[in-house]
Design a protein around this ligand. Structure first.
Ligand code: S3P
Length: 439
């Protein structure tokens, strides 16, 4: 296995990238540290008393923003290189600066939960894409716990201003299935009076619950219901595994062209993150995910259409664009529904995924809560706008390199650095595509 690839090509920062249709993706790789787990490791290490050593951190900009944010609370972060960091908690004071979370929805929403628990004022903001994303989903429960949350449009949108402290635990049933909302409420609950319970409509990723236990937190999961008792956390050592959502790009890459075969190791094997494997299996993929080792092996396969509904979405919430690309080359008509929350992601992911597929010559009909994709035998190279969304950019790059003849151009390529520095280098190594800056 090769280690995480740095930006050997120097292509991470280009605003438009072109790739040539090259053929199958073949080889082994290790993807960046899991982004969701990295955010939580940084925040819990900041809250906890005593040192925490973290290894395998995502080196994407999203997590870097969270690491910078916790420093503003008086927490010392020592970067030991290669994704290793030493964090010395606990939080000492309200943030002494505006917290800039860049493009990171997870970063701002989880940090808001932390801020709600701190006596004092916090101001949180992000880039132009993040400032458009809904924040009422966290503002409402945090207000119910006793925090004051204000912002543009009545606290709906960042910049957010939070006056925290003096919270009371609540029982909350979020109207959307969202691990970010669940996590914000639980993080606030750590310093509340009395227990905090979150009841989910569909179960979502459990990283916060799992990691709270690692830091000595008192948390109980019972089906869709999680209950936290307030209390102090203690620093510990955290090894962040590889990010299954990033591996999903390589899984689909392997499937897009004859002779494709990709192995990704060291992936997080736990609940709620690898449902894309089951979806690809339903589509007929030759795919194996070893839960004991976290190793994923995928081989080129003929794919058939699939139906994805509201029940499926929380487990594949970040993989819909790349699964839609798999559906684009599958036999038959794929129907995706119950995915309306995708309109509130880094981009309106229903619109941007549909536009991306059309750029490759695929027939797709957008619906309010999903899309209908007509599988085709051949993709046409095209020009794709990422709309500032890393997952659209990476999906288009994989399709352009593995399944389209000619030159595909991706505008807004720089968004990839939010989560996967070195993606272009990995793409070149696995597919042989001639990737270059585009005009
Ligand atoms: C995440 C939860 C999901 C996901 C995001 C990461 C997390 O968002 O889309 O990329 O780390 O908790 P929602 O909670 O908004 O569904």
């Amino acid at each position: 296995m090769t280690p995480e690839t740095p930006d050997a090509t120097g292509l991470d920062a280009v605003s438009s990238l072109q790739v040539t249709g090259a053929g199958p993706a073949r080889g082994s790789l290790r993807v960046p540290g899991d982004k969701s787990i990295s955010h939580r490791a940084a925040l819990l290490a900041a809250i906890a008393h005593g040192p925490t050593a973290i290894s395998g951190l995502s080196r994407g900009q999203d997590v870097t923003h969270t690491l910078r944010a916790i420093e503003r609370f008086g927490v010392t972060v020592t970067d030991a290189g290669e994704g290793r960091a030493q964090v010395e908690g606990p939080i000492r004071h309200e943030p002494d600066e505006v917290l800039d979370h860049g493009n990171a929805g997870t970063g701002i929403r989880l940090t808001a939960g932390v801020c709600a628990g701190i006596d004092g004022i916090s101001v949180l903001t992000g880039d132009r894409y993040l400032r458009r994303r809904p924040m009422d989903r966290i503002a409402e429960p945090l207000r119910a716990m006793g925090a004051t949350v204000d912002g543009r449009e009545g606290g709906r949108l960042a910049p957010l201003v939070i006056r925290g402290g003096g919270l009371t635990g609540i029982t909350y049933a979020p109207p959307v299935a969202s691990a970010q909302v669940k996590s914000a409420v639980l993080l606030a609950g750590l310093s509340a009076t009395g227990p905090t319970t979150v009841e989910e409509i569909h179960p979502t990723r459990r990283h916060t619950e799992e990691m709270l236990l690692e830091f000595g937190g008192r948390v109980r999961v019972d089906g869709n219901r999680v209950t936290l008792e307030p209390g102090e956390l203690t620093g510990t050592d955290i090894a962040v595994p590889g990010d299954p959502s990033q591996a999903a790009f390589w899984a689909v890459a392997a499937l897009l062209a004859d002779q494709g075969e990709v192995t990704v190791d060291n992936l997080y094997p736990g609940f709620g993150r690898s449902d894309f494997v089951g979806v690809l299996e339903r589509m007929g993929a030759d795919i194996d995910f070893d839960l004991a080792t976290g190793t994923l092996v995928v081989r080129a396969s003929r794919l058939r259409a699939v139906e994805l509904t509201a029940e499926d979405i929380p487990g594949i919430v970040d993989e819909v664009p790349v699964l839609a690309m798999a559906a684009a080359v599958a036999d038959g008509m794929t129907v995706i529904s119950g995915a309306q929350d995708l309109r509130a992601k880094e981009s309106d992911r229903i619109a941007s995924t549909a536009a991306m597929l059309r750029a490759f010559g695929v027939r797709v009909t957008e619906t309010e809560d999903g899309m209908v994709i007509e599988g085709t035998a051949r993709l046409r190279a095209g020009r794709v706008d990422s709309h500032g969304d890393h997952r659209i950019a990476m999906t288009a790059a994989v399709a352009g390199a593995c399944a389209a003849e000619g030159i595909t151009v991706i505008d807004g390529w720089e968004s990839v650095a939010t989560s996967y520095p070195g993606f272009a280098a990995d793409l070149v190594r696995l597919t042989g595509t001639a990737a270059a800056p585009a005009a």
